[in-house]
Design a protein around this ligand. Structure first.
Ligand code: 4NP
Length: 159
């Protein structure tokens, strides 16, 4: 069965679309088509319809990660559609957990901080790079690559 994973941040133009693209690149070579369905969304709606931030796309492309998604806002339907919802920071986690309570018993999604899967950092949150310099975007990618490696290890060991 297809495992459906939704990555969530605040604006859906930096961290979560990067997580989606890193995940897609990481699985592309070895997994059967249809094994995973991944998407990303923001808790906020300010950037709906926009491509990801050009600084994030540039940093990703330098690692061969192509970001093409357009921003959208998380909705209650997502809790029925996705198995796993991975948040970037404590504020996203609190917002998504509150929404999942609204979705009530129709929610099938587990909500977890993405860095709970990372093995090479003591950070528990992916820092928001939006108001910082270029290095922040690279740091986001390092954290996401680490977490997605750990996530795939866990998913594969549950098979
Ligand atoms: P993201 O970063 O949550 O990683 O997409 C942000 C993007 C935009 C804003 C904040 C964070 N903003 O305030 O517009």
């Amino acid at each position: 069965m297809t495992k459906k994973i939704l990555f969530v941040c605040l604006g859906n133009i930096c961290r979560s679309p990067a997580a989606e693209a890193v995940f897609c690149k990481r699985i592309s070579s070895e997994d059967k088509p249809g094994k995973y369905f991944v998407d990303s969304a923001g808790t906020g709606g300010w950037h709906i319809g926009r491509l990801a931030d050009s600084r994030m796309r540039k940093a990703a492309l330098e690692r061969g990660v192509v970001m093409e998604s357009r921003a959208r806002q998380i909705g209650l339907n997502d809790f029925m559609n996705f198995d796993l919802i991975l948040t970037m920071d404590n504020s996203n986690f609190a917002d998504v957990t509150a929404l999942s309570k609204q979705a009530g018993s129709s929610s099938k999604a587990d909500v977890k901080p993405i860095l709970s899967f990372a093995r090479n950092t003591s950070l528990t949150e992916v820092p928001d790079p939006y108001y910082g310099g270029e290095q922040g975007f690279d740091d986001v990618l390092d954290l996401l690559e680490d977490a997605i490696e750990g996530l795939l290890f866990d998913l594969n060991s549950m098979e």
